[in-house]
Design a protein around this ligand. Sequence first.
Ligand code: FPP
Length: 242
Amino acid sequence: MSIPKHVAIIMDGNGRWARKRGLPRSMGHKQGVQAVRETVRVAGEAGVKYLTLFAFSSENWGRPEDEVRDLLGLLKIFIRRDLADLHRENVRVRVVGARDNLDPDILSLLAEAEERTRDNSALELIIAFNYGGRNEIARAVRRIAERVASGDLDPRTIGEETITRNLDTADIPDPDLIIRTSGEQRLSNFLLWQAAYSEFVFVSCLWPDFDRKAFHEALAQYGGRERRFGAVEPRGVAIGSA
Ligand code: FPP
């Protein structure tokens, strides 16, 4: 079975998981972190090389203040508690998303996680934090425009590659498979540019219930797909990523 090199996941349904049990939403997010741990483990074992998790979107700031505080707190706890384990497991941690207007303590934790694990090579765990696809593209365009304005870049040479290279994901291959849990079927501003040829698997279980079995089922669905990248033959001219 072909294993996707890069799996990206929209972890949805924490709130509903909690509500079904009469628990506060924060408990759903807390249980969601357990699912994150299991998912990282299974991804590594399955041979996935890049795993991107949508942890906090640029739109999530609009949630009630205490929920935002819970989500940021869980991310900090995850980095503090799990960084040593991730490092031991040879996992490289990276963060994509806007870095402006973030608390200095979060910024330094994220920077420490990236710095400490930068030479690891078993799996890249990419945490999309304060991330929005349109915002990422806008920031890339701004960088490109600045280089044009300073005379560093000839606008006639701007192509798709120029955009790709200026995104937060510059040296990360496009996701082969995007999974969204909880039965919702939308992209919600996640990896807009990068998802051009991704396969989508929508699973009905809520994120805290996403376990080894659910992950393997999603991988099996991917394995049965025929990817053509806009070409005719299944393994003909593969335009874009492999
Ligand atoms: C969606 O559920 C989930 C989120 C907005 C955040 C996901 C965050 C975590 C799993 C924890 C922190 C992440 C890491 C990497 C440690 P929802 O609240 O939108 O659920 P609902 O749609 O049922 O209300």
